[in-house]
Design a protein around this ligand. Structure first.
Ligand code: AMP
Length: 436
């Protein structure tokens, strides 16, 4: 990796603004999964132990921009209010604004600050604003080796809007900018890229989490130990067009499962019943199959499927299923998981690989009856001695649920960001950092 990290600079006595990804799941103000907090700890601890003044910032969810005057309502809410008779608008606006104010409770980072304070020996304070009076006072009071967490960046419209004034105000807190938020590195927001791109900070480096994510994933993509197998699943082929295209260049075999495989199968002329299909992308799938042939690569598609009459509703409903060969999907049924022969085929391909990357479930894995295909991939990857990389999102959740998390070489903390890496894109939150 050619980007500087916190190890490459002197941080003693310096104000370090660290962009983290503390977008943790919460229920009633209680953090239900601490993975992202734990992921950020090595960087924070290093900076504190090396005498930096640490200013942490992050977004949490998608709140109203309640710190930005006039931006209290979302576009959707504004539109709904405009559609009302004029006499009713003022009251509706007041009610919506009142509701928006409640976001402070739902999306505050205070619980994260409290947890960090417990984990970091009582040295973490919390600012109730981002670039306001409280943040300024708390930053000014920081001693070397202490830490403050600013309030949710997305309470200010300037964060997602890349507002220059907002970037400038944030940069007042920073001699050194550290990006350690891999999960948002594909976003070009104020705190993830613009603050550096506008020239407000000169020293911009990455933390250990980004360093680890990049070194494992970029290395696997650029210098894989062959055979290199990529496993792609999930609902829509349209979401993964560039991923398929790019991975086909790099891997030896591409395994396709999940809803997206049926557009490929239709391109090959199979009847797919009522399975998920993207009619507009049949041509693209045909092109990819030809491209693979030309490159001497293999695209593996399901040879059998688990089918059902109707998509489960609710998603975990108990449903009747049948197993059929891929050329025998009944017209009135849809494929919702890979079948047993496919699981065996895919397992054999994965077992012979030295590098495996995986993104996207093989079926409607939210329903336990339809999770067997996804489980089979997780199991064979867990048992493999290959470098095994899980590209975040649903596959990461499935692996964790099955208890295989510590059996994989790497589980990415960023689903969207890792998919963009798989596409071969340069992530803005990384591109803006100082080169070595
Ligand atoms: P993605 O966000 O593209 O990774 O897609 C994940 C979603 O794909 C999950 O919610 C799965 O339920 C869904 N999915 C996987 N296989 C199928 C399938 N055969 N038919 C419909 N949905 C599927």
């Amino acid at each position: 990796m050619n980007k500087k990290t916190i190890r490459d600079i002197d941080v003693k006595g310096k104000k370090c603004l660290v962009r983290c990804d503390f977008n943790v799941p919460m229920k009633d103000g209680v953090i239900t999964d601490e993975n992202r907090i734990n992921g950020a700890l090595p960087t924070i601890k290093y900076l504190m132990e090396h005498g930096a003044k640490v200013i942490l910032c992050s977004h949490m969810g998608k709140p109203h921009n309640i710190f930005t005057p006039g931006f209290g309502l979302t576009k959707k809410e504004k539109k709904a209010i405009e559609a009302l008779p004029e006499a009713e608008r003022a009251e509706a606006k007041a009610a919506a604004l009142e509701k928006a104010k409640k976001d402070i409770k739902k999306f505050t980072l205070k619980p994260v600050a409290d947890r960090l304070n417990e984990l970091l020996g009582g040295k973490v304070t919390f600012a109730t604003d981002i670039v306001g009076e409280d943040a300024k006072a708390k930053v000014a009071a920081l001693k070397d080796g202490e830490c403050v967490l600013l309030e949710n960046l997305r309470f200010d419209a300037g964060e997602e809007g890349r507002d220059e004034k907002f970037c400038k105000a944030l940069s007042e807190f920073c001699d050194i900018y550290v990006n350690d938020a891999f999960g948002t590195a594909h976003r070009s927001h104020a705190s993830t890229a613009a603050i550096v791109e506008y020239g407000f900070v000169k020293t911009a480096v990455c933390g250990f989490l980004i360093e680890k994510e990049l070194s494992v994933m970029a290395d696997a993509l650029e210098h894989p130990v062959h055979p290199f197998v990529a496993v792609l699943g999930g609902a829509k082929v349209a979401d993964k067009l560039k991923v398929i295209d790019n991975l086909l260049e790099k891997c030896d075999s591409l395994i396709i499962g999940g809803g997206m495989s049926y557009t490929f199968l239709k391109a090959q002329g199979y009847g797919i019943g009522t399975s998920l299909v993207d009619e507009e992308k049949i041509g693209y799938c045909g092109d990819m199959l030809k491209k693979a042939e030309k490159l001497g690569k293999k695209i593996y598609l399901p040879v059998d499927a688990i089918v059902t009459k109707e998509f489960p509703n609710p998603i975990d409903a108990v449903i009747d299923i049948e197993s059929v060969d891929i050329d025998s999907i009944p017209d009135n049924m849809m494929a919702v998981d890979i079948g047993e022969k496919t699981r065996k085929l895919y397992a054999d391909v994965i077992a012979s690989a030295k590098t495996v990357i995986w993104n996207g479930p093989m079926g409607v894995f939210e329903n336990p009856i339809l999770a067997e295909g996804t489980k089979a991939i997780a199991k064979i990857m867990a048992e493999s001695k290959a470098t095994t990389i899980i590209g975040g999102g649903d596959s990461a959740a499935a692996v964790a649920q099955l208890g295989y998390a510590d059996k994989m070489t790497h589980i990415s903390t960023g689903g969207g960001a890792s998919l963009e890496l798989f596409e071969g894109k340069v992530l803005p939150g990384i591109a803006c950092l100082n080169d070595k």
